[in-house]
Design a protein around this ligand. Structure first.
Ligand code: 4AD
Ligand code: MG
Length: 482
């Protein structure tokens, strides 16, 4: 028989019912109280053991990290901190965990505070901590909420490929996929690696985005989205970049940039509300964590709102919507720029905004999420629709407090001749993207979409400071353990 999830048991009225639970020991106090957690919720449950009723050998095996299956009776608790507890009748020690610090196989997650850096080194075990249990329950809930949001609105989920022969952004920074021998690859006559001998008969990579494939599907199914892993080999060792991250990419036929912004704002608000409605216990726990972190910061760096207030605030306020041009003007005239406080000073039209600029706009000027639109074409991808001014494209980035860029999207260039011209200007050969151009030849239509970085969203919801802590097994430069 499978154990009953502790989360479900906690909804019962305690009155001596029999129950079977299974989970991992957090603590075992006074040879009497086991704090057992099965991951179904944050709190876990208290198990009360009458030590005279069990063999000493068994009791000795009950240590942090050990796995137990316990049959007992659910009773109201007289102790503080819980409404009910289980009085153990049968205890099975399923898996031991060594608690002797001098033993070679000592269980490293003893009940004390561990740094996130340390927990990252034991990412295979960190699921067992309260913090990571909370984070990964929230990650699940947000995944579900994303699918529900789009499903309820008549979108179809498309599985875009992970292996690709194209570079969607025209930007490089891809991971190569090959079966050629690294030490002695076949060569062509002019001494270059002969990729015609490779698995696919040509160069292949891991995808950086599912967008181009989503566009193909949108021009038939009208409303689609992808939600999958994407890979970027950029060497950015920051708290907001991963080499493998998950992205949500809707694509909508007939939608213009305004429709796109409306969808993205509704999308973000829906999933944030979902987190508040379904992950409250975990969010309250992470909020306490967040408040402690904030106390450790300098006064001027502290957030005015706590984690829950910040989520609520984003829900209540419409996002600010301004053009790139207005943003540049605001930044150039800002006291921050005048006092030379930006590491990269803003230098007029064409400046590629850095995260410090994005956060300044969001946190100091507008104090809410900001949607920036109509960027210079030079700093954006080839597929964005050119505006009548000939110099800007219908791009939109959504900037969030504490995060910077959360969403990047655009109205797409649906006019064949404009698209061909942009590709020529950017040196993208038509032969590589003939299939993409075909959609502009056959029944083209204005359409729009965006990419929402799932881990950036989780950073915002959980209040964690490092993106490596919201994905189970982070990949980053020189980091691919587990
Ligand atoms: O702005 P990006 O590069 O846009 C695209 O890839 C488009 N094809 C999306 C589209 O229009 N369908 O990436 C979109 C989002 C960013 O706003 C950011 O949230 C996230 O993906 N992102 C990353 N997240 C974690 N680590 C990285 N290295 C990321 N790069 C982008
Ligand atoms: Mg972007």
């Amino acid at each position: 028989m499978l154990p009953t999830p502790i989360k479900d048991i906690l909804t019962w009225e305690p009155g001596g019912q029999s129950c079977l639970v299974g989970g991992w020991v957090r603590t075992f106090r006074s040879n009497r109280f086991i704090h057992l957690n099965d991951g179904s919720n944050l709190a876990g449950i208290q198990i009360v053991v009458d030590f005279e009723a069990f063999p000493a050998e068994l009791l000795q095996g009950i240590a942090p990290g050990a796995c137990l299956r316990i049959q007992g009776k659910l009773q109201p608790s007289t102790g503080r901190g819980q409404a009910m507890e289980i009085h153990a009748e049968q205890i099975e020690l399923m898996g031991k965990a060594e608690s002797d610090i001098n033993a070679p196989d000592f269980y490293p997650l003893q009940p004390k505070a561990h740094s996130l850096e340390f927990l990252r080194e034991i990412a295979h075990l960190r699921f067992r901590t309260q913090t990571f249990g909370a984070i990964f329950r929230i990650r699940h809930a947000m995944t579900f909420a994303i699918h529900r949001f789009f499903n309820d609105r008549g979108f179809f989920n498309i599985h875009s490929p992970i292996l690709t022969a194209s570079d969607a952004e025209g930007a490089g920074e891809m991971f190569r996929v090959t079966t050629l021998a690294a030490d002695n690859p076949p060569k062509t006559e002019d001494g270059k690696v002969d990729f015609s001998k490779d698995f696919f008969g040509k160069q292949a990579h891991l995808t950086v985005s599912g967008q181009l494939e989503a566009e193909l599907a949108a021009l038939a199914l009208s409303k689609v989205y992808t939600f999958g892993p994407t890979f970027r080999a950029e060497n950015s060792n920051t708290t907001r970049h991963l080499a493998e991250f998950w992205m949500i990419e809707p694509e909508v036929a007939f939608a213009d940039l305004n429709d796109n912004m409306d969808l993205a704002e509704a999308n973000l608000k829906y999933v944030l509300q979902y987190a508040l409605d379904h992950c409250y216990e975990d969010l309250v726990f992470l909020n306490e964590r967040w408040k402690k972190e904030e106390e450790g910061k300098k006064k001027e760096e502290r957030s005015e709102l706590d984690l829950l207030e910040r989520i609520q605030f984003v829900l209540n306020e419409p996002f600010a919507r301004i053009s790139y041009e207005e943003a540049i003007q605001i930044l150039e005239e800002s006291p921050h720029q005048k006092k030379k406080k930006f590491q990269y000073p803003v230098k007029g039209w064409g400046t590629d905004l850095q995260s410090e600029h994005e956060r300044y706009l969001v946190e100091k000027v507008f104090k809410r999420p900001v949607i920036l639109t109509n960027y210079p074409k030079e700093i954006k991808a080839f597929y964005m629709r050119l505006n009548e001014d000939g110099r800007s494209v219908r791009a939109m980035d959504i900037l969030f407090p504490g995060i910077g860029e959360m969403v990047g999207g655009s109205q797409r260039e649906e006019r064949l001749d404009f698209l061909q011209q942009r590709m020529a200007e950017m040196g993208i050969p038509e032969s590589e993207l003939y299939w993409y151009l075909d959609t502009r030849k056959f029944g083209t239509v204005p359409h729009s979409g965006y990419g929402l970085g799932f881990e950036r969203l989780l950073l915002f919801v959980t209040g964690m400071g490092n993106i490596r802590d919201v994905i189970p097994f982070p990949r980053f430069p020189k980091g691919i353990a587990f």
